[in-house]
Ligand binder design. Structure first.
Ligand code: FAD
Length: 356
């Protein structure tokens, strides 16, 4: 059976919910299809001790400020899951789950959304599937012989590594936070390997300043003035309390990047070796876009060329929340709202006039 609807939003994480909020305001008939069994998107799967890098006022979706979490200036992931669950209910967003979208294709002037539980026919589609389900692992010499390799998505808690020698790779926030987390538990022999020396942001800078920097960069680029450098100009690692404490205690010392994996660990170009029971790669993600393959839109670096959030070669498709290429800071809680609003307005015009 085929369901007919004006708009299908794929993904019920924060970006999909922000889209739902604005589509509702535009009076559009839509459905949100989410592969997870429960609300919260990727926040349900992060490591136990993860806290946001911004206070609630800078971590909220459109319409409703995230409530404060008692005793915490920076809420934890569980609090975000609770907020997103309540957000869905508060705005009665029509989320169907678990429904996994397999393929989006063109069909008689509409878009056909094929899922593991039925097919939807829509005039427009918003893809908001995030990046969590496409962790990036590099091709490194020695991979075929090496021992246990994990990604950020597999890391939960330091006690899983009691008595182990662990190499954490990555000089960004995830790498620093996972490495710091491991220092909180005795009996773990930690090596932290980074491509370049870690760049900590000043201790008083958190997500507020990052959002301001991203916005200033977007304004400068829009106005045609010089690139401010955005968030990257400030540094790579937000010095959250646990990171600061580990760094100041001398426990977060970075080694340069090793050049190959061995059967027992890792080896640097100069022949120096470190034994490891596990290597945890914290080096980022790629956008989850395979369901859009039948549309034939992929271009360089796996991104789909966009104007704002709209796919250049398929004006009925909008992409939300994948990174700066789909809106400045769009892959953050506070940054998801604006591109979602712009996308919803364009979709509303498309539905009314037949053109975006
Ligand atoms: P997701 O939360 O991944 O949601 C996507 C949803 O789409 C999921 O429910 C998924 O199951 C579903 N989906 C995927 N494919 C399909 C399909 N084919 N069919 C149907 N459904 C599908 N941001 C902040 O603002 N503050 C922070 O402090 C912060 N810390 C972060 C820390 C880490 C370690 C990471 C990785 C990210 C952090 N972020 C932070 C960034 C960002 O806010 C989160 O990554 C957020 O989860 C992205 O939301 P999303 O809705 O785009 O994607």
């Amino acid at each position: 059976m085929t369901h007919t609807v004006d708009v299908v939003v794929i993904g019920g994480g924060q970006a999909g919910l922000a889209a739902g909020y604005h589509l509702r305001r535009q009076g559009v008939d839509f459905v949100i299809l989410d592969a997870q069994s429960t609300p919260g998107g990727a926040w349900q799967h992060t490591w136990d001790s993860l806290h946001l890098f911004s206070p609630v006022a800078f971590s909220s979706l459109p319409g409703w400020l995230m409530p404060t979490q008692s005793g915490e200036e920076y809420p934890d992931a569980g609090h975000v899951v609770e907020y997103l669950s309540q957000y869905e209910q508060r705005y009665q967003l029509p989320v169907q789950r678990p429904v996994r979208v397999r393929a989006v294709s063109r069909d008689s002037g509409r878009l056909r959304v094929k899922t593991d539980s039925g097919t939807w026919s829509a005039q427009a589609v918003v893809s908001a599937t995030g990046t969590w389900w496409r962790p990036f692992l590099p091709a490194v010499p020695g991979q075929e012989v090496s021992g246990r390799q994990l990604h950020t998505v597999n890391y939960r808690r330091p006690t899983d590594f009691t008595g182990h020698r662990v190499v954490v790779v990555g000089g960004g926030n995830s790498g620093a936070q996972v490495a710091a987390d491991l220092t909180t538990h005795p009996g773990i022999d930690l090596t932290w390997a980074t491509q370049r020396p870690p760049r900590f942001l000043a201790d008083d800078i958190d997500g507020r300043a990052l959002f301001d920097a991203a916005t200033a960069r977007r304004r400068a680029l829009d106005a045609g003035t010089s690139d401010t450098g955005g968030v990257a100009s400030l540094g790579d690692i937000v010095a959250l309390a646990p990171v600061r404490e580990a760094r100041d205690a001398g426990l977060l010392k970075a080694s340069p990047m090793f050049s190959r994996l061995t059967a027992d660990g890792v080896e640097w170009a100069d022949g120096w070796r470190a034994d490891a029971d596990a290597v945890i790669w914290c080096i980022g993600f790629r956008p989850v876009l395979s369901h859009l393959a039948p549309l034939g839109l992929r271009a360089s670096r796996g991104h789909i060329p966009t104007v704002g959030t709209r796919a250049v070669d398929e004006p009925r498709l909008h992409l939300l929340g994948y990174g700066d290429w789909t809106g400045p800071a769009s892959a953050t809680l506070i940054g998801a709202g604006r591109p979602a609003r712009d996308a919803s307005r364009e979709i509303s015009m498309l539905l009314a006039n037949g053109t975006p």
